[in-house]
Ligand binder design. Structure first.
Ligand code: PLP
Length: 421
């Protein structure tokens, strides 16, 4: 099939997430089809190459087509592709659970519940927290606290926690009570009758991704953890975006020496290869489910898929064997200096960074961010904005030269737009 025929077919039958479909299916729109990739580079059917500036929606860690992850998946494929985790187990899941708890300091984190994506990792933590209190003598603890402008996913349960109306759809307090606060001070000021009903507080540590890459003040996570500890309220950390090295450490919570009660992981868990998630929790929570009628009735057909587990194990092995986090530090510093220069360019309002995550606010009416990203595509960069914030979050294997080309592509895109205004 020719690339044009394929594009036509795709426009006729596919429905894309977070995408205005009228514009997508318009005659003049040519969808970009990705055919292959290596490292940070993606290729379309015409052979054009692009740098993967948002790690394929914040998932990819070691690059595309990595021989070690490919080999691990193929090896597992030669054994079995999928078996049920309901009533059975398998070695990749057993090994992965152990490796994941070992990534956190101390003995607090002990148990791993696998699911499918970021949204289900969050729902799982929420359900566990609510059920824990219900069956352990505190049924009045029926309320979750989430922060303004939070994003925790888009299934109904996860979207109920969200603080960005566009992404909530009709989901609000779906089956449980949610209070939203702007800050730790606001949380502390909640009336006592509300505080007594708190089951858990959920936050994206250090940075709220979908809220235009908004950084939390330094120390806020540590203080929140102390507040939760004092009140014996669970702390759920959503590291769906920040997990697996994005912030320069394996997990964002390690920047402030916090081990939460629940840690939600997804996107980068398999190196960005396969849909899989994990909710880590403590022995205390686990033991709260020990009575015969306290079973956690949750889980999906593909829970702990062996191929996903094999990819995740290979990804964690790469972190160790290739000293990924140590080798990342100079590129984080380079990104900081590149952003510093970019910030002085016309059309750039501000930049924010933590680790290998950057948000670049561009000046202009609504839609300017999307226009900049489209123009950057002509200069070989693929990424997606959040409103007028350009996101740069490449795979951790990005080279210094590729990082510089990404920034240059944004710069050229801004110049192109300025010329056409
Ligand atoms: C912080 C955070 N939590 C949860 C999610 C939801 O993850 P998923 O899209 O895999 O359901 C996202 C997705 O972007 C996210 O950034």
């Amino acid at each position: 099939m020719t690339p044009a025929a394929l594009a036509e077919l795709e426009k006729r039958h596919s429905w894309h997430p977070f995408t205005p479909m009228q514009a997508w299916t318009a005659t003049e729109h040519e969808p970009l089809m990705i055919e292959s990739g290596n490292g940070c580079v993606l290729r379309d059917p015409h052979g054009r190459e692009y740098l993967d500036g948002n790690a394929s929606i914040w998932t990819n860690i070691h690059g595309h087509n990595h021989p070690a992850i490919n080999a691990a998946i193929i090896e597992q494929l030669g054994k079995v592709a999928h078996t049920s985790f309901l009533g059975f187990s398998h070695s990749p899941a057993a090994l992965l659970a152990k490796e994941l708890v070992n990534l956190l300091p101390g003995e607090k984190m002990q148990r791993v519940f696998f699911s499918d994506d970021g949204s289900t990792a969050i729902e799982c933590a929420v359900r566990m927290a609510l059920q824990f209190w219900r069956q352990n003598g505190r049924p009045e603890r029926d309320t979750l606290v989430a922060f303004d402008r939070a994003y925790h996913g888009d299934t109904l349960g996860a979207a109920s926690l969200g603080g960005i109306p566009t992404f909530k759809g009709s989901a609000d307090a779906f089956g449980y009570r949610v209070l939203r606060v702007a800050s730790l001070d606001a949380l502390d000021l909640l009336p006592m009758e509300d505080q007594k009903r708190l089951a858990a507080v959920i936050m994206e540590p250090l940075i709220q991704g979908v809220a235009n890459m908004r950084l939390w003040p330094k120390g806020m996570l540590r203080d929140l953890n102390a507040w939760c500890g004092q009140k014996d309220v669970f702390l759920i950390l959503d590291e769906v975006m920040t997990g697996f090295g994005r912030t320069g450490k394996m997990f964002a919570c390690q920047h402030e020496d916090v081990v939460p009660d629940f840690l939600c992981l997804a996107k980068g868990l398999t190196g960005g290869y396969l849909p899989m998630a994990a909710t880590l929790t403590t022995q205390r929570v686990f033991e709260g489910f020990h009575a015969p009628d306290h079973t956690f009735f949750y889980g999906h057909s593909y829970t702990a898929n062996p191929l996903g587990c094999a990819a995740a194990l290979a990804s964690l092995r790469l972190f160790r064997d290739e000293a990924v986090l140590e080798r990342l530090q100079p590129r984080i510093a380079l990104l900081a200096s590149e952003l510093d220069t970019l910030q002085k360019q016309p059309g750039v309002l501000a930049t924010r960074q933590i680790g290998l995550i950057a948000g670049i606010d561009v000046e202009g009416p609504a839609g300017t961010g999307a226009a900049v990203c489209l123009a950057a595509r002509q200069h070989g960069l693929l990424t997606r904005p959040i409103q007028n914030t350009i996101v740069l979050m490449p795979p951790l294997c990005v080279t210094a030269e590729q990082l510089q080309r990404m920034i240059a592509a944004v710069q050229r895109a801004l110049q192109d737009l300025a010329r056409h205004c």
